[in-house]
Design a protein around this ligand. Structure first.
Ligand code: SAH
Length: 232
């Protein structure tokens, strides 16, 4: 009897924490297989990052069991964390590589920033809603990310001090491409951005800055993002 209690104590103490981690790891593997690899995500760095980032740690506690479903989830303050497929798709579109410096507009939960931080050298991320920025910063630091730089403000102006960027990811939809963001993109660099009004359909656009400074714009697909809000 006593030995039974001892064994159960041992099992609970030593194995339970691992099995919870394993369970999330398995859920991530399934998410990558079912929703990403089967739908055109084939960049090895992106797949590895999607397998690694602990999305369940970046959503509200009551949403954790849905963290690896392919859907957006509410993160408070009327904002959402994008669905994993869209995050992977946008990340793949900018062709991220080690050595790169990337700007993100719309930190939100911090998930997209973490996915980028797994691949590139430095991530600069701007969020207009201060409590969201604070929560994301706290969680990402706890998770061990030391290459993500945070700023509270209007992403319309970009982050001039660290420009130019190899790539820019915008995760809220403005009605037009903010000109300052295009200016802060390197020649040959790519920006991915949803553009269009909230009420009508938005287009996800891939913008490449050409040698002559002009922008080459490709429409990728219709999407629905939260609006890009301006600070007065
Ligand atoms: N990348 C986020 C997605 C969050 S949704 C994630 O992975 O969870 C988009 C975010 O953009 C929201 O948090 C919203 O508050 C923010 N946002 C909207 N307009 C903005 C602006 N002008 N500047 C910076 N952030 C903005």
């Amino acid at each position: 009897m006593k030995i039974g209690v001892f064994i159960w104590g041992f099992v609970l103490l030593f194995f339970f924490p691992f099995t919870e981690q394993d369970r999330y790891q398995q859920q991530r593997e399934r998410m990558v297989k079912q929703h990403l690899a089967s739908r055109g995500i084939d960049d090895k760095n992106v797949l590895k990052a999607m397998r690694t980032v602990e999305r369940h740690k970046l959503v509200p506690p009551n949403m954790q069991s849905y963290a690896y479903d392919d859907r957006p989830l509410p993160i408070g303050k009327g904002q959402t964390i994008s669905q994993p497929f869209i995050v992977a798709y946008m990340t793949q579109a900018i062709n991220p590589k080690p050595g790169m410096k990337v700007l993100e507009i719309g930190t939100g939960s911090g998930y997209q920033a973490a996915v980028l931080a797994e691949i590139v050298d430095e991530v600069y991320t701007i969020e207009t809603v201060e409590p969201l920025a604070k929560t994301a910063k706290k969680r990402l630091i706890e998770m061990g990310y030391d290459n993500i730089h945070f700023r509270v403000g209007d992403g319309f102006y970009g982050w001039e001090e660290h420009a130019p960027y190899d790539a820019i990811i915008v995760t809220a939809a403005p009605e037009e491409i903010p000109p300052r963001l295009a200016e802060q993109l390197k020649v040959g660099g790519k920006m991915i951005i949803p553009v269009g009004p909230m009420s009508a359909s938005q287009e996800l656009r891939l913008v490449t800055k050409q040698k002559n400074g002009k922008l080459k714009i490709k429409n990728l697909m219709p999407v629905r993002f939260v609006p890009f809000t301006r600070r007065n």
